[in-house]
Design a protein around this ligand. Structure first.
Ligand code: SAM
Length: 305
C-alpha cells in the first residue's frame, strides 16, 4: 500500500465538504483524503490536489480520479498555492476548504533509493522533489558546523547536536557523505545512550526537514491559504512535529506564525480565524493500533472569518 491515510474521517468531516465548492488537498500522496473529498463533492465543484513528488502523481492515474472531470492534479510545491490556483483561474477568496497532511508518505519512507530511511543503505537524497535542490548528502558535505548544529538541534532535538555537527565536518574531510549507511555509521558512534534507532530517527528527521525546507513551505502555504479561502472557508492541517504544530496553532490564533496579536489603528485585535478545534484532534486508540505511523499526528481546523 502506498500510504495509509491518517485522521481521514476526522479531517474530512471537519472540512465540511459541500457539493459545488472548490477544495484543495495540498498533499495528495496516496490520494486517500482526495478520494473522500471527491466522493462528498459529487459531480459538482472542483478538487485541486497538489504534490511535489512525481511518484505521487501515479496515484492520480486511477479511478475515481481519471473518471472525474472535476479533479485536477497540480504537480507543485504547496508553498505556491496562490500562484498555482491563479493559473487555474481561481481568484482569492473563492476556495471553500483546504487540507494539508504534512510530512512524508509511507511510500517515500519505505522506498530505499529515496534515502529517507535509516533502515536501508542507499544514496542519501531525501528530496521530495527530485528535480531540484540539494540532497541530504550535499548538505552534510557543505554546511558549517554551526549551521549543522542548528538543524540537528532545532528540527531533531538531538541532544549532542554540537558534537555530532563537529563529527560530520571532521568525517567529511576523510570521506564525503554519500549514503544513508555513511550517516548511520556516524550516528551509531555518536549516540549517547537511550535508544540507538531513536537517535538515528531524530537525525534523519532533522535533515529531511532542512532538505525540503518544510517549515518555510508551511509558512508560505498558511499565508496563501488565508488569502485564497472564502469567508467561512475551512483550513484543516495534520502535523507530525511539534514545531509545525506550533506554527499552525499560532497562525490559527492570530494570523501569523509567531502568534503575536495583530492590532489595528484603534487597538482592535484582528481575528482572521475562528477555531473549530480548541484542542488538536489526535488519532483514536483504534487507529493507533492499526497504524503506528499515525502516532504523533495532530489535526487542527479553523474557519476563516
Ligand atoms: C503524509 S503524505 C499525504 C498522504 C495523503 N493525505 C493520503 O491520504 O494518502 C504527504 C505527501 O505530501 C507531499 N508533500 C509534502 N510536502 C509538500 C509540499 N511542500 N508541497 C507539495 N507536496 C508536499 C509528499 O510528497 C507526500 O506525498
Amino acid at each position: 500500500m502506498y500510504h495509509e491515510s491518517v485522521l481521514l474521517h476526522e479531517s474530512i468531516d471537519l472540512l465540511g465538504v459541500t457539493p459545488g465548492g472548490i477544495y484543495v488537498d495540498a498533499t495528495f500522496g496516496g490520494g486517500g483524503h482526495s478520494r473522500l473529498i471527491l466522493e462528498r463533492l459529487g459531480d459538482e465543484g472542483e478538487l485541486y490536489s497538489f504534490d511535489q513528488d512525481e511518484d505521487a502523481q501515479q496515484n492520480a492515474a486511477v479511478e475515481p480520479f481519471t473518471a472525474s472531470a472535476n479533479f485536477h492534479f497540480v504537480a507543485s510545491n504547496f508553498r505556491f498555492l496562490k500562484r498555482q490556483l491563479r493559473a487555474e483561474s481561481i481568484r482569492s477568496g473563492k476556495v471553500q476548504g483546504i487540507l494539508a497532511d504534512l510530512g512524508v508518505s509511507s511510500y517515500q519512507l519505505d522506498t530505499a533509493e529515496r534515502g529517507f530511511s535509516y533502515r536501508f543503505d542507499a544514496d542519501l537524497d531525501m528530496r521530495m522533489n527530485r528535480a531540484e535542490g540539494d540532497t541530504a548528502a550535499d548538505l552534510l558535505n557543505s554546511q558549517s558546523a554551526a549551521e549543522l548544529q542548528r538543524i540537528l538541534s532545532d528540527f531533531g532535538e538531538v541532544r549532542n547536536a554540537k558534537s555530532l555537527a563537529q563529527a560530520i565536518v571532521q568525517g567529511r574531510m576523510q570521506k564525503p557523505f554519500k549514503t544513508t549507511g555513511d550517516l548511520c555509521e556516524l550516528c551509531d558512534r555518536l549516540y549517547i545512550g537511550g535508544d540507538r534507532m531513536r537517535y538515528r530517527s531524530q537525525v534523519f528527521q532533522a535533515l529531511r526537514m532542512e532538505v525540503n525546507d518544510e517549515l518555510g513551505a508551511l509558512e508560505d502555504f498558511l499565508k496563501d491559504a488565508l488569502e485564497m479561502l472564502a469567508p467561512g472557508g475551512r483550513l484543516a492541517v495534520i502535523t507530525f512535529h511539534s514545531l509545525e504544530d506550533r506554527m499552525v496553532k499560532n497562525f490559527m490564533k492570530t494570523g501569523n506564525i509567531q502568534g503575536e496579536a495583530d492590532k489595528d489603528f484603534y487597538g482592535n485585535i484582528s481575528r482572521p480565524w475562528e477555531l473549530m478545534t480548541k484542542k488538536p484532534i489526535e488519532p483514536s486508540d483504534n487507529e493507533l493500533n492499526q497504524n503506528n505511523r499515525a502516532r504523533s499526528s495532530k489535526l487542527r481546523v479553523a474557519r476563516k472569518n
